[in-house]
Ligand binder design. Sequence first.
Ligand SMILES: [Zn+2]
Length: 428
Amino acid sequence: MTETNRYTEIDNAIKAAAADGRNELARNLFGLCDDIGTRFSGTEGDRRASAFIRDTFKKYGLSHIHQETFPFTAWRRGSGAQLRLVDPRACVLPAYAMPYGAATGDKGLTARWVDIGTGSADEVEEKKPLLPGAFALTDGSSGPRKDIQRLCVAAGAVGVLHGNPAPGMQFKTGSVDDGQESPIAAVSISAETMALLRRTAEGCLHLVVDCYCEPSETCNVVGEHCGSEDPDTFVIMGGHYDSHDISPGAYDNATGVTLLMEVARLLEPFRDQLKRSLRFVAFGAEEMGLLGSHYHARKNAEVLRTTRFMLNCDTPCLGRPHGLGFHKCAAAESYVQTLSSQMGETVLFANRQHTSSDHYPFQRKGVITAGVAGKAGESSGGRYYHTAADTPDKLIIQELSDTAAFIARALLRVVNDDHWPVLQHDAK
Ligand SMILES: [Zn+2]
């Protein structure tokens, strides 16, 4: 069925405004990545970033702007990690302490290492007799690092060496628990160091990690284009603004929060034509365990009850054709076809489940959620995810700008659709 495009004029105006505003978008992206830099939760960079987003929301005409402050346990790197091979020969091995990994004390730990391969439950089970008192070595390819860390804690390991599978002396960071300290140490090592240890097969390592946790606070930044007919029904666009402390997190996730600001800007001239409310939420502390989105979902239960859709922008796909990746909602496919027909362009549909980004707290409360899926695009940021090399030079401004125009046009329709289908999550 071909739908007529009731929004031809607005579509064209949004595309033109996106093309004209590429410098503005680039200024926002570079403002986050270069002027502010790392946006690690509970630091000065975090506070400056949330203030920058709040001010930009104001500039783009959002209303009900506020910072939703919440307490959390901050992790501080201290002087970091020192790792040495002590047997069968002595050498220094570069390593990075990972957020929520435990400190070792000044004397450090001396222990054997045990290779647990990809870190799957089966591999950990197989090595269980060897793990008590040892370091576990893994390339982490079996799944979430937090799951691997927890398996190693349960098996009695004293620390985990999380190897980066990609060569190039890169350290991949990432928190190893959700909002709290792991009972044991966690360090990131490069693919080259992991290969050296695997070649060496057995021996002894000495590890000192100096880091600590302390009570802190951070926030979500919230703003809205209020609906003109039914302001109490919502569509939410979200994305986290925090990054890890070793990089400005350009792809993860300055891209997402830049899209948030740009979509707010692109829709400002059409505020009066939005029938329902479009809420923008820049989440804090995603990297520490989805802390901001859990907080928002908990504190806004009333709003979530009348939220028809939540779009999460975390490391979005930036290529064409654009698409929406739903989470456990096969029934959304026909709506995406309708959208495709209304927008006069291919909109890709995907349906997969994962729980490691800010859509999840909303999904758990029954809201239909999706991420920005589709083709990967030419921007190469994804390769450097969670490393010091996640910098904005890997991103193509035009791709970000085109993606913002796509999202603005898609959300305009979702907000205004009087025939929004009753979507439900797939049965388990
Ligand atoms: Zn992210």
